[in-house]
Design a protein around this ligand. Structure first.
Ligand SMILES: C[S@@+](CC[C@H](N)C(=O)[O-])C[C@H]1O[C@@H](n2cnc3c(N)ncnc32)[C@H](O)[C@@H]1O
Length: 255
């Protein structure tokens, strides 16, 4: 499939900034729902100014890191566990962002930064892999300065179910979907620590459609239309599956 056909499949008026990037580059580097659409949706709730230091935690192929650096002029530390920093550095050089995006390999519980180093921390399609522990925010938030923002966006359900899976999704369910918490769950998960003030905790309007559009485009690109995740999203029809975005500010005296 050529670039223009793929770009057509991924045409989405909702995300004008993301539209400026090669569709093939995104599809070949994406590891979950469209990373640039998610980054753009999250950025709507963030104050990002040129020169700010931003952590992109669980950046995968660092596409969102490149996007944030290019769109907002921020300096990004692109941290990931599964994708090697050498591979991300190649993408950074190709994007002519050497010195502005810094790829690093680190586990989310062993971050090589000093307290208050970042103006903001984002995590796109990743925080639910390591951030559901009640105590994790206490560790993670320390790397953001007081008054700085912490933002996450990832798959989530519309509400918390007493038992999982939701009955209509039984045939598609995988055990690790249990980390797809609702926006209300994330709000309480963070607020109960008293360490942050939650500014936004919501289900992205029509996020499930964006996720489905992305999956259908990727499935066609690899010549295997109608794979399981797309079928699950169709079966759900937006009843519960979607994307959650949550943004909070670190409490404490701003200096
Ligand atoms: C679904 S991928 C999303 C990647 C990218 N943000 C995107 O949207 O394409 C989740 C990412 O979280 C990272 N991750 C998962 N657990 C992690 C951990 N304990 N420490 C650091 N990164 C982790 C993985 O390396 C992976 O790249």
């Amino acid at each position: 499939m050529d670039e223009s056909a793929l770009a057509e499949l991924l045409r989405n008026e909702r995300y004008p900034r993301a539209a400026g990037y090669s569709a093939r580059w995104v599809v070949e580097g994406g590891m979950g729902p469209h990373p640039l659409w998610q980054a753009e949706a999250l950025s709507e709730c963030l104050v990002l100014e040129p020169g700010m230091r931003v952590l992109d935690m669980g950046c995968g192929s660092a596409l969102s890191s490149v996007f944030l650096a290019k769109e907002f002029g921020v300096e990004v530390w692109a941290v990931d566990l599964w994708v090697k920093p050498e591979e991300n550095f190649r993408r950074v050089v190709e994007a002519e962002l050497e010195g502005r995006v810094h790829p690093l390999s680190a586990e989310a519980h062993a971050l090589p930064f000093t307290e208050g180093f970042f103006d903001a921390a984002v995590s796109i399609g990743a925080y639910h892999y390591f951030g559901t522990d009640d105590l994790y925010l206490g560790y993670y938030s320390r790397f953001v300065k007081h008054g700085g923002q912490i933002g996450i966006i990832q798959p989530g359900l519309a509400e918390e179910y007493e038992t999982l899976p939701p009955p209509h999704l039984t045939s598609y369910w995988k055990w690790d979907f249990c980390a797809w918490h609702s926006a209300a769950w994330w709000r309480r998960h963070w607020e109960k620590t008293g360490l942050v003030t939650v500014e936004v905790a919501e289900r992205l309007p029509e996020g499930w459609r964006d996720w489905l559009q992305w999956n259908e485009a990727c499935d066609l690109y690899v010549g295997m239309p109608g794979q399981e995740e797309a079928r699950m999203l169709h079966a759900d029809g937006g009843r519960t599956l979607g994307l959650c975005r949550v943004v909070a500010r670190r409490n404490g005296k701003v200096v």
